[in-house]
Structure formats: structure tokens, C-alpha cells
Design a protein around this ligand. Structure first.
Ligand code: AHR
Length: 630
């Protein structure tokens, strides 16, 4: 292939091309990026997942019983646990989210208790096995009284790192010193250090894995989580705010109850911390069971969405919801520039629900937002590929979940779009193998190298259309290795931070995403052509030229000769980074062996006469060539 990158004539790329998408799936929120270590901390339940004692066990011969007391901790948390026993230190232990990572670092915790007790509580982190080695403990003087819930706070620094994450948290008290030898507990919480030291914050190793991708936007809160399984169980933003004792939690759509500890504000703080543009999904009156709102009900859903924007962006003194935000401790308004109306509204309950979306649900939202927030870019949850007509000024959302071959075939799918029907690729991943049953077969469980290369080629196609695409993100991002509903994710994790695994796709998305294009540049083909080599070329905002490429299904390495028009100096330098994978294209990064099959090669190339850079790319590879500053 002999290629010449023209000096002018391309398109301006979206400034937020690569991003992130998050919803609580695969315990990616609770038990994932949300750093809370205690599972089932407040016995939250819903009709779908009734309150239970999962994760808890008695200590010292205690009896544990769930109670809905006449005087609960709060209206949001009506259920608590009663701990009773005869004598000695009794209490309860929690096994965390499939274990607890115990390190010599500061843990911050708290619990609420009700009942007369004149003694001390002991909280400890200990091994779950055998002789129960205690890694750290602290005593907390009781302030507990009858007839009132009292919060107790503590910090704890274990004296050493535990050898593994098979650990528990225990909270005990002396039975004889408690009136009636019984106390009630609720909202028992423990956090390790969090990213940016945010209280109620996020798990550093996971945030860092995403920060390293240099993302530019965060699409949240879903995904199916936004929609709810039933029409009354969607993600209600106003119930995810404020003190944890005022958050009831909700029935998640991925078969477990959610705490909503990771609420609207926590998402915005994540966006703040990584300087991400929030792309906020608002509920559009459709649930996963296919139920949808009529026009009158939709008017309420529209108002609910407008209130959410006012909550985030409204003036603290002059708007009702801005004042609510300020009262919660956040006087400074956020900025919201992108709002997506619903999630995959072409799917659940179609065709009736989709007709309703096209006929009145989307138009009602669009009109209301145009009137009230004309500067917000509205995104419809379907795309033109789902037979949605996107009105001028709005955008669509496309979610390709494909086989490797189909992902490669989709690389030019966006070419026919115009700037009148912008899109976001709000979720994308290779999910099924070539030659299998596609969506009639199971999802894979770790991204394979072949799929990651195919995603790379798809991303080159996205970048070529950078003036029509708002941004692109892999989804879902995270999978807890102990319980998951969706296999292919960018990063795998468990309680033990040593198991945090960046998939083969993570490496590809990072290589392409960390050097964003400011604008594309046309490429003239003197020899060769697209397939098996795919490419995009352009300029960065750092004054360098970029040529990004990938090689798919071929047996021979592909030779590449690239010249950047106007940069004909012999001896000029460029850095070539090439990712290659294992012999077996279905090889993957295995969290349990720790084997990383991705190899990165970086070298400096010197331009030959006429400014030509020559190199060869192996089969199944992804590469970026970046010149020095011009
Ligand atoms: O990313 C997993 C799911 O795929 C999302 O919740 C949904 O939007 C899509 O169907």
C-alpha cells in the first residue's frame, strides 16, 4: 500500500470522540466501581428483590432477624437487622462483595444503631477462614440510646495487607451491656480510600483503568438500568440523592437490587474528576417489559426530565431544583450539553412502543427541550439504522453488538450519514464469535484479540466520520468475576484488586482513543486499497499528523508506505506504535492467570527520501503512526 495523506480537505472531528458508558450491570456499580465494601448494607428491598440477610452472618452465637420497626432509620430504609444473644461479644459479619480487599490503608466506616447500650462496639476486618486472623480492629464508644437511631463513625487501619480477599467485616458488642441483650442496626458501611478522596466515592484502580483511556465523555445511567423492568421501576434520579439514609435503592434490571449509593451526583463527580462531558440519559416512558406511557403520562415524564436538568444546571437561588441541589451541598451548577431521550426505544415492546416513541414520546421531549434548553444537543435513543427519522438538529444513537466479521463490515456504515443526522455510538462491542449462532448463542466472556482488532477497524471508520459522530464508547465497561449477566466487557474485576484485568479491547481502544483527531485528512491511494489494511488519517490538536491503521484477516504482513503531503523532509521522525496479539485470534486476557496476550511495539521511524515512512503491519494488528510536531 502506498498512501499519501493530503494536507487539507478533511472534516473537523468531534472534540469528545472517545468516551465511557456506565450502568449497574455485572455488579459494575455496587460491588464494582462504587467503592462501598459492605454488601446489602441497608437491607434494601423491592417487590422484585425483597429485603434479605444475604451477605450477613451471626457472630458469637447471635440471632439475626430482619425487622420493619415502627420507628425505622428513615422512610427510605424501613428494614433493619436485630441482633440478639445471651452473653459475650455478639454481632454480625459481612462477606463484602465476594470478599473484601484488606490492605494497610485507611478505611472509613459508619453504622446506625438503636437500643440502650453502655459499652463499646468492636469493628474488625478479618480473614474468613480457619483461625480468623484479625488484620485490624477498632473500638467505638457507644452513644446508642433507646428509641433513637444514632450514627457511629470510625476509621480503621489494618496492621498489614491480607494475603487474599477472602475476608469479612465484623461488628460486635457485649450482650450483657445491651438492654434486653439486643440491638438494632442499619446502614453499615465501610469505604477504602476512594478516587480523588471523594466521600461515598469510587474505586481507584477501576477509575484509573478508565482514566488511562483518556476518555472525553460519560454516558449514564444506562442502558437498561435507566429503563427499569417495569414501568414503575425506572432509574428515578430524585431518589439517588442526598444522605445514604434517604436513598431507598431500586430493583436493578440486571437481576439484583441496587443501593443507588452511586447516584446522580456521584456520576457527575466521576465526570468532573476525569473532565468528561456528561451525556445524560433521561427516562422516556418505556420499560423493558414493553409497557409505555400514553401522551398524558409522557407529559409527566418530560417534566421529570426537565426537573432533572434544572436540578443539575439551575441557579441555586432562582430555581426550585437548583435550590434543592444547593441545599444538598452543591451550590455550583453543572453544565449539561447532551441529553439522550430514553434507551433503545426501538426494542422493548416494539412495534407499538416504538410507534409511540416516533409519534409522540420523542417529539414531546424534543419540543420541550427545544423550548426550555435550546442549547442542549438532544439525542434520540434509536438511530437511522433503526429506522428512526432524526429531526434536524437532533442526533441518534446506534449500538452495534456484533461478530468480528460484522464489526469489520460495519466500518463504512456511517459514511452515508450527513451532518443533519448526527449520531453517537453509545454502546459498541464484539460480543459473539464468527461462524457461531450470533445472538442465538451465548455471549463471549472475555474480549478476544480478533474482536478487539475488529473493533479497532470499526473505530477507524467512526473516526473517518468524526464530523457526524458525537462519540463512541465500548459497553458494558465492567464485569465482576463473581456475578455477571453480560460477558464481554472492557475491564474485569473482583474484590481483589490484583484481579483487575484490562481486556485486549482495552488496549485497542486506548491506543486509538488517547490520540484524538482534531480533523481528518483525505488519503490518496497510489497502490493497494482498503482491506486487509484499514486506516484513517488526520491531525491532532498538538500539531502532529496521525495515521491510524489496522490489519484484519490476512496471512501475510501488510507493507505500508505513507507520506504526509507538505512534509517531504528526509530524516523527519515519527513514532510507530503497533499492537499485536496471540497466535490464536480468539486468545484473550485471562484475569485468573494474569496473562496479557497483547504486545505493544513502539519505535521511531525516520522518513526516507520525499518524507516517506515505510513499515509493515502483521496480521491482526492495530497501529498508530504519529509524526513529530510540524
Ligand atoms: O450494554 C448492555 C446492554 O445492551 C444495555 O443495557 C442496553 O442498552 C443494550 O441492550
Amino acid at each position: 500500500n502506498e498512501l499519501v495523506v493530503k494536507a487539507t480537505g478533511g472534516n473537523v472531528s468531534s472534540p469528545i470522540m472517545y468516551g465511557l458508558m456506565h450502568e449497574d450491570i455485572n455488579n459494575s456499580g455496587d460491588g464494582g466501581i462504587y467503592a462501598e465494601l459492605i454488601s446489602n448494607r441497608a437491607f434494601q428491598g423491592s417487590p422484585r428483590f425483597p429485603s434479605n440477610l444475604d451477605g450477613w452472618s451471626p457472630v458469637g452465637g447471635a440471632q439475626l432477624a430482619l425487622k420493619n420497626l415502627s420507628q425505622p432509620l428513615s422512610a427510605a430504609l424501613p428494614t433493619s437487622v436485630q441482633v440478639s444473644g445471651e452473653k459475650g461479644m455478639i454481632g454480625l459479619a459481612n462477606s463484602g462483595y465476594w470478599g473484601i480487599d484488606v490492605k494497610k490503608q485507611k478505611y472509613t466506616g459508619s453504622f446506625y444503631v438503636k437500643g440502650e447500650y453502655e459499652g463499646k462496639f468492636t469493628v474488625s476486618l478479618q480473614s474468613a477462614l480457619g483461625d480468623k486472623e484479625v488484620f485490624g480492629k477498632v473500638e467505638v464508644e457507644s452513644q446508642s440510646v433507646a428509641g433513637e437511631w444514632t450514627q457511629h463513625n470510625f476509621t480503621l487501619v489494618p496492621r498489614k495487607n491480607a494475603p487474599n480477599s477472602n475476608n469479612t467485616f465484623a461488628l460486635t458488642f457485649k450482650a450483657e451491656k445491651a438492654k434486653n441483650r439486643s440491638l438494632d442496626f442499619n446502614l453499615i458501611s465501610l469505604f477504602p480510600p476512594t478516587f480523588n478522596n471523594r466521600p461515598n466515592g469510587l474505586r481507584p484502580d477501576l477509575v484509573e483503568a478508565f482514566a488511562a483511556l483518556k476518555p472525553k465523555f460519560l454516558r449514564f445511567p444506562g442502558g437498561n438500568m435507566l429503563m427499569g423492568n417495569t414501568i414503575d421501576s425506572y432509574w428515578k434520579w430524585h431518589l439517588t440523592l442526598g444522605p445514604l439514609k434517604d436513598r431507598p435503592g431500586m430493583a436493578g434490571t440486571w437481576s439484583y437490587q441496587l443501593t443507588n449509593g452511586m447516584g446522580l451526583i456521584e456520576y457527575m463527580q466521576w465526570a468532573d474528576d476525569l473532565k468528561l462531558e456528561p451525556i445524560l440519559g433521561v427516562w422516556a416512558g418505556l420499560s423493558l417489559d414493553g409497557a409505555f406511557y400514553d401522551p398524558n403520562q409522557t407529559a409527566e415524564a418530560v417534566q421529570y426530565a426537565l426537573d432533572e436538568i434544572e436540578f443539575l444546571t439551575g441557579d441555586a437561588k432562582r430555581t426550585k431544583w437548583g435550590a434543592v441541589r444547593a441545599a444538598l451541598g452543591y451550590p455550583k451548577p453543572w453544565r449539561i450539553r447532551y441529553v439522550e431521550i430514553g434507551n433503545e426505544d426501538w426494542l422493548a415492546g416494539a412495534p407499538a412502543s416504538y410507534e409511540a416513541y416516533k409519534n409522540y414520546r420523542f417529539p414531546m421531549f424534543y419540543k420541550a427541550f427545544q423550548e426550555r434548553y435550546p442549547d442542549i444537543q438532544i439525542i434520540a435513543s434509536p438511530s437511522v439504522f433503526d429506522n428512526m427519522t432524526i429531526p434536524a438538529g437532533a442526533a441518534g444513537d446506534w449500538h452495534p453488538y456484533l461478530t468480528p466479521d460484522n464489526m469489520v463490515d460495519s466500518w463504512d456504515r456511517l459514511d452515508p450519514l450527513t451532518r443533519d443526522n448526527l449520531t453517537i455510538v453509545g454502546e459498541a462491542a464484539v460480543t459473539h464469535p464468527n461462524g457461531g449462532l450470533g445472538w442465538n448463542g451465548p455471549l463471549g466472556s472475555n474480549p478476544w484479540w480478533i474482536g478487539s482488532v475488529a473493533e479497532g477497524i470499526f473505530l477507524l471508520g467512526v473516526e473517518r466520520n468524526g464530523d457526524k459522530v458525537i462519540g463512541v464508547t465500548y459497553a458494558p465497561l465492567l464485569r465482576n468475576l463473581n456475578r455477571w449477566q453480560w460477558g464481554m466487557t472492557l475491564v474485569q474485576h473482583a474484590a481483589d484488586t490484583k484481579l483487575t484485568t484490562r481486556s485486549t479491547s482495552w488496549y485497542v481502544w486506548k491506543l486509538l482513543g488517547e490520540k484524538p483527531l482534531k480533523n481528518t485528512l483525505p488519503v490518496t491511494i497510489n497502490k493497494g486499497g482498503i482491506n486487509p489494511l484499514y486506516w484513517v488519517a488526520g491531525e491532532s490538536d498538538k500539531g502532529t499528523s496521525l495515521f491510524k491503521a489496522a490489519v484484519y484477516n490476512t496471512t501475510e504482513p501488510v507493507s505500508v508506505s505513507v507520506r504526509f503531503e507538505g512534509q517531504e523532509k528526509k530524516g523527519a521522525k515519527a513514532t510507530l506504535t503497533v499492537l499485536t496479539g496471540p497466535e490464536d485470534p480468539y486468545g484473550f486476557n485471562d484475569p485468573f492467570t494474569g496473562v496479557n496476550v497483547v504486545k505493544e511495539m513502539k519505535k521511531t521511524l525516520k522518513a526516507e527520501a520525499g518524507g516517506v515512512y515505510k513499515f509493515s503491519l502483521p496480521r491482526w494488528s492495530v497501529a498508530v503512526l504519529e509524526t513529530e510536531k510540524r
